[in-house]
Ligand binder design. Sequence first.
Ligand code: FES
Length: 153
Amino acid sequence: MAVDTKEITRIIAGYEKSEESLLAILQDFQKKFNYVPEEGMEKLSEMFGVPASKIYAMGTFYKALSLVPTGRHTCKVCTGTACHLKGAPSLVDVLGRELGIAPGETTEDKRITLQTVNCVGACALAPVVVVDDEDYYEKSSSQNILKNLKKYK
Ligand code: FES
């Protein structure tokens, strides 16, 4: 699916032309399109005069950015040590089975992307699942998470 290039230009134009703006622009792309489109990185390279390779490197380095289209919502299961010990692997298994996807994949209806991440800094509340980088579900059971995921349309 083609992305809206006008929107790409509008996002870039909203920032000061400096290297410090690059990450914020990529984050805006991610928010707007649910991923960082190639067209966006190329336009950014052209408008800011920054090598495309540098922008691609940023796109692959930051975990919050995805170079492939993701779902409308991301469901991140922490698989750090504390969460691992408290059952994160079985959470990943059950969620994957129920959603019909493996970690890193997106449901067919583009609703949810399932991901595993390293420690999110809430070990005392393990196992932790984070939806859309803002909703933290602590001491999660797979049944609770599945119930809560229903509200993300
Ligand atoms: S290991 Fe999961 S929050 Fe720290």
